[in-house]
Design a protein around this ligand. Structure first.
Ligand SMILES: NC(=O)c1ccc[n+]([C@@H]2O[C@H](COP(=O)([O-])OP(=O)(O)OC[C@H]3O[C@@H](n4cnc5c(N)ncnc54)[C@H](O)[C@@H]3O)[C@@H](O)[C@H]2O)c1
Length: 257
């Protein structure tokens, strides 16, 4: 491997590691030899991931985090810095999906914003500041193609999946410009901030949806748990040392046509 791609001797924090995309990102990062801290709300789920990776000889530690709670974010930083020192990289992958459709409640919208807007900002503020003080670091935000384009309702015809929630389009779009905000703020301190926009993850959706979605990509398939890891490693490593404020689509060409 070219040395610039190495994350050895790096400490990386990944949120939401037990989820669909998160589990694959955790495997990719653990396999680099980095010290990986995985943080999420559900202690059992996250510990299971840490145990599986530890059994493979990797250095993975589970921590509890509610990213929508400032005290929880601050407390996580204190615990990590006590045990491992200042992190070198952060992957904001967690997402909460309380809103189930266009007419979801205001309470669901507000719960979504607490975690997906306020929480994401706090992760940048708290961990980004530590990395800026250390004079190095990289933040990778897991966004979505739904943060850069509007809904394609025709994909969902004939399924029960077509009632899309507005909060997701709002906070994933916001995350993209927040990426640029923090890239500019932390850039002089050699902390880079980038955004990945993945396409839809194959999760046993109805066949008609999978077919239409796949045909809309250039690679003729939906994403799986191996698709994000390489791009995340690249953006965390020195191989991408002059890339910041960028949106890297990882969508099989979905948004290119
Ligand atoms: N699934 C897809 O098709 C898809 C497509 C494009 C982009 N994405 C993006 O990929 C990322 C992961 O999505 P996924 O589908 O794998 O998600 P998921 O729902 O499978 O997992 C989300 C994770 O976030 C964690 N989480 C939720 N609330 C939290 C909180 N308050 N504090 C800390 N952790 C919390 C959950 O515990 C869970 O581990 C998200 O940012 C999502 O927007 C997903």
């Amino acid at each position: 491997m070219h040395p610039d791609f190495s994350l050895k001797d790096h400490t990386i924090l990944l949120t939401g590691a037990a989820g669909l995309f998160g589990r694959g990102i955790a495997s990719a990062l653990a396999g680099t030899g980095a010290t990986l801290i995985i943080a999420s709300r559900n202690a059992d789920n996250i510990q299971l991931v840490a145990d599986e990776e530890t059994a493979r000889g990797h250095h993975v530690f589970a921590e509890i985090l509610d990213q929508g709670n400032e005290l929880s974010v601050l407390s996580l930083r204190s615990r990590i810095e006590e045990r491992h020192g200042c992190i070198h990289g952060l992957v904001n992958n967690s997402v909460l999906r309380p809103m189930k459709g266009a007419n979801g409640t205001v309470a669901q919208w507000e719960e979504s914003m607490r975690v997906n807007a306020t929480g994401v900002m706090l992760m940048h503020r708290v961990f980004g500041k530590s990395m800026a003080d250390a004079g190095r670091g990289s933040i990778v935000n897991i966004g979505s193609i739904q943060g850069v384009i509007g809904p394609s309702y025709e994909l969902y015809e004939g399924t029960t999946m077509g009632d899309l929630p507005p909060d997701y389009f709002f906070h994933k779009g916001g995350m993209l410009n927040l990426t640029r905000f923090y890239a500019a703020l932390y850039g002089p301190h050699a902390v880079r901030v980038n955004y990945l926009s993945p396409g839809g993850f194959y999760n046993n959706q109805p066949e008609s949806f999978v077919k239409r979605f796949s045909e809309h990509t250039m690679l003729n398939r939906m994403a799986d748990d191996r698709d994000l890891g390489g791009a995340v490693v690249f953006l965390l490593s020195d191989a991408s040392r002059y890339i910041t404020g960028a949106n890297l689509p990882v969508d099989g060409g979905y948004t290119a046509k």
